[in-house]
Design a protein around this ligand. Structure first.
Ligand code: DGY
Length: 321
């Protein structure tokens, strides 16, 4: 008999095909279920496992209501702020995430945000979609050069390091701040700055790659935005909770910031309409990992975790041990 699985989100075809082949699953392609439906389906089907994503807030209340027969819950995300890990540990529910497999795509998308914000991509695109029709003067609609600039990376984990690797190709001077300096071979020539204020004061472009959660909440606020050099560019592909959006909007409106490139927001999927109304924002809808290759790899990694636990082996990416 195949193990029973509930997939509470829509997944790429190849992931759905593996779910169909290896599991007894009522919705192998997944469909968007809220917490109540997820708990109900887990109970009705006597499921052994849950495959979900960060759309589901896996807080203590939800975790405490996950039926005992569920042995493992795998989130298809590297971030796990949506999960109360202590509650999962107390319930002895194995919970896993999907590190590594989305590093490249998230770093690629960060470069897209940097380039899009500095080079006014959405404004130029809008000109083209409106028919273009007149040449621009030499001083009109100018962006900011990316190559050779000073890039400040906040958070030198896997994704921060992958951004540094790409930025080297642009001849950028790279600085980073992190709770600790990383080993020289991981720093890829980037210079360690002990604290955030010190980094911000030296960065033409700053990009966030820190975790969400209480320790980083609103780390970018009126005070910290004011430390950036006039005309700096701000990029965030990590978590919206790191940024006080009212302060960001004020910095973009006053011209302290030249532009911002954002993939993440405080209140997703609702975006503060004032961000969308500003000409100097380049905005994407939380799509860092959204390629066929990476979403497939994430789904497969989550299924590998589920298969391991249900076969009595240790999880590959446990969030507690
Ligand atoms: C992640 O994997 O954490 C991405 O941000 C998607 O939630």
């Amino acid at each position: 008999m195949k193990p029973r699985l509930i997939a509470s989100r829509q997944f790429p075809d190849s992931v759905a095909a593996r779910i169909g082949a290896e599991f007894d699953c009522p919705f192998p392609a997944g469909r968007d279920m809220d917490a109540e439906e997820t708990i109900r389906r887990l109970s009705e089907t006597k499921a052994d496992a849950l495959l979900f994503t960060s759309h589901l807030k896996f807080d203590k209340d939800v975790i405490d209501r996950i039926p005992e027969h569920v042995k493992v819950a795998a989130t298809c995300s590297v971030g796990f702020e949506h999960i109360d890990v202590a509650a999962a540990r107390a319930r002895r529910l194995v919970v896993t995430n999907t590190p590594d497999v989305l590093t490249d795509c998230t770093a690629d998308l960060t470069m897209l945000l940097i380039l899009g914000a500095c080079r006014r991509a959405h404004e130029y695109e809008a000109v083209m979609r409106a028919g273009w029709g007149r040449g621009f003067g030499m001083g009109e609609m100018l962006g900011r050069k990316v190559s050779g600039k000073r890039l400040g990376i906040v958070g030198m984990g896997r994704i921060g390091r992958a951004v540094a690797q790409r930025a080297r190709g642009f001849g950028m001077t790279i600085l980073y701040t992190n709770p600790r300096a990383v080993a020289a071979e991981d720093a890829l020539g980037a210079m360690f700055v002990a604290d955030l204020p010190g980094l911000l004061g030296q960065s033409d472009i700053v990009t966030l790659h820190a975790r969400g959660g209480p320790s980083t909440a609103n780390m970018m606020n009126a005070e910290t935005f004011a430390l950036l050099p006039e005309g700096a560019v701000f990029v965030n592909a990590s978590r919206g909770s790191l940024v006080d959006e009212a302060a960001l909007i004020a910095a973009l409106t006053s011209g302290r910031l030249f532009a911002a490139g954002l993939d993440v927001y405080h209140n997703e999927p609702a975006v503060d309409r004032r961000l969308a109304a500003l000409p100097n924002t380049f905005l994407l809808p939380h799509m860092g990992s959204a390629t066929v290759e990476t979403r497939t790899a994430m789904g497969m990694r989550a299924l590998d975790n589920i298969a391991a636990v249900l076969a009595g082996r240790p999880a590959i990416d446990p969030l507690w041990s």
